[in-house]
Design a protein around this ligand. Structure first.
Ligand code: ZN
Ligand code: ZN
Length: 266
């Protein structure tokens, strides 16, 4: 069995990950991967927006670190990518980032449901306690839908990140999921099966089986990602991720080169 490419891994430039790209690549080779992709947190227009992403001045260094890994591991395909925060109003900035290097793909992720609250930030956990989960999930999926419709991204990251700390709504969220997935299907944007959820409080892959089942019905394509923030996390729980995809009828996943998608069997 071919291991699907791990398309979601970080570098120390985002200030909360450990290990150089060559160490992630060495681990991937050890595990039998033939393709991986780096997708570190992209800079914001203001470096002080938060403290868990690369600074604008480090973008070229990031690209150089990935190129270094490509040279060091010529038999491993290493894609150059970014995980870009989607915030409404930042489309121009994202286009500017897109033009600066020849990215293989861009992952659009929603971490912020407002300019000041990243819902997955443990330091902001108390904010959840004063909010209605359904209201937050609604805002989260509305932004995810806008991200899918923006035409800026190839892949949407961790599509139910809002479950990370287990603040689950009691209401039915199917309509929120369907609106997003219909947009992703219509715009040809893939979603990732991200195993980092297994390492968080929610103890579940992003997205949930309920979302992935609906994604398959909407014809939404998939990629796989460990969201590794350390070399030891590369490819973690991929067997489980592949089993989840297969059980929902998926037979193929996407690989990207210079933002062009090719589907390969899983
Ligand atoms: Zn993320
Ligand atoms: Zn990430």
């Amino acid at each position: 069995m071919r291991v699907p490419a791990d398309y979601h891994m970080h570098t120390p430039l985002c200030r909360h990950a450990a290990g150089e790209p060559i160490e992630y690549a060495a681990q991937a080779v050890k595990l039998g991967f033939d393709e991986i992709g780096f997708s570190d947190h992209s800079p914001m227009p203001q470096d002080d927006f938060d403290d868990w992403r690369m600074r604008d001045a480090d973008l070229d260094l990031y690209v150089e670190k990935v190129r270094h890994a490509q040279r060091a591991f010529p038999n491993l395909t290493i894609k150059l990518a970014l995980e870009v925060d989607y915030l409404p109003g930042q489309e121009q900035w994202i286009r500017h980032l897109t033009a600066r290097h020849p990215w293989d793909y861009l992952i659009g992720s929603v971490h912020y449901v407002s300019d000041s609250w990243a819902i997955d930030n443990p330091l902001m956990l108390s904010t959840w306690k004063s909010r209605d989960p359904f209201e937050v999930w609604t805002a989260y999926f509305e932004r995810l839908t806008l991200a899918a419709e923006s035409g800026l991204f190839d892949i949407i990251g961790h599509t139910d990140l809002c479950k990370r700390f287990c603040f689950y709504p009691t209401q039915d969220c199917a309509a929120l999921y369907d609106r997003f997935l219909e947009a992703a299907g219509r715009h040809g944007v893939a979603i990732e099966i991200n195993t980092a959820g297994l390492r968080k409080d929610c103890r579940e892959i992003y997205p949930s089986p309920a979302i992935l089942e609906r994604a398959a019905k909407h014809g939404v394509r998939i990629t796989f990602g460990s969201d590794a923030h350390a070399p030891a996390e590369v490819g973690l729980n991929f067997a489980e991720a592949v089993a989840l995809a297969r059980s929902n009828g998926y037979t193929h996943c996407c690989r990207f080169t210079q933002r062009r998608c090719q589907t390969v069997p899983i």
